[in-house]
Ligand binder design. Structure first.
Ligand SMILES: [Zn+2]
Length: 249
């Protein structure tokens, strides 16, 4: 039986390297798949792309490129770039993992920036989020926001920048499901669409601004976001509007 993977990124987003052991290797005809006992890789989800990085075998310094990570049957699996010589790590090998940190940290800043945007749009305009997506340094959010306009978007940009520059703490919490449901504003993030089987709900709180059920990785303080710029907005129908942002530094 495969041991349960210790998934560090959900409790500490700042772990970028660690040593662990290979639990299982599957040499598929596409990308080789590796399960590790402990990992810092984020497998993607909630609009945040999966991490990239490397795995290095400490015994001989041989390394492999992790081109993505994802869940297969609930298990966090690393997808390797197929090596030219076909050599793969083996179960039991001690390896050092190293994330592409510049990319991951940009995703953390972007993700927190998008939550700050959600927080401002909810607090000041009462608009619900319907979706979102991001890449390192840029992202978009969709809102049920009938009266959005170019003028309003400028106002939103200024408000989001004021919030991220006011150094708000960003907290991760894991709550029992009934406790999560008791938080009124959490409902707007569609927590009620989570499968019945989930006993605990992870939340991300930008203290004093925003609280959402979320599985992503975030910076610990909004000042790490820097600033944002709204790069576009568009109508996706009478009610649904999309706002695009990018990080400015
Ligand atoms: Zn999120």
């Amino acid at each position: 039986m495969t041991p349960r993977v210790d998934e560090v990124c959900y409790r500490d987003a700042y772990v970028r390297a660690l040593e662990t052991r290979v639990a299982e290797v599957a040499a598929t005809d596409g990308s080789p798949l590796v399960v590790l006992e402990t990992t810092a890789f984020y497998p993607g989800g909630g609009g945040q792309p999966a991490d990239r990085g490397t795995i290095l075998r400490t015994a001989d310094g041989r390394s492999w490129v992790v081109r993505t990570a994802r869940r297969i049957g609930g298990e966090l699996v690393h997808e390797l770039e197929p090596p030219d010589d076909g050599e793969l790590p083996a179960a039991g090998d001690v390896v050092a993992i190293d994330l592409d940190w510049a990319r991951r940290y940009a995703l953390m800043r972007t993700h927190t920036a998008l939550h700050a945007l959600c927080g401002v749009v909810w607090r000041d305009y009462g608009a619900l989020v319907t979706g979102g997506n991001m890449e390192p340094g840029a992202g978009r959010m969709d809102f049920e926001f009938e009266r959005m306009s170019g003028e309003l978007v400028g106002e939103i940009e200024a408000k989001v920048n004021a919030e991220v520059r006011s150094s708000r703490e960003v907290l991760v919490n894991v709550l029992p499901r009934p406790e999560a449901f008791a938080i009124p504003d959490l409902i707007r993030t569609k927590v009620n669409l989570l499968p019945e089987g989930i006993a605990e709900i992870r939340t991300i709180e930008i203290v004093g601004l925003d609280l959402q059920a979320d599985g992503g990785t975030h910076v610990a303080n909004t000042r790490e976001v820097g600033g944002i710029r709204v790069t576009g907005y568009e109508s996706k129908g009478r009610i649904n509007k999309r706002i695009r942002i990018e990080l400015t530094d």
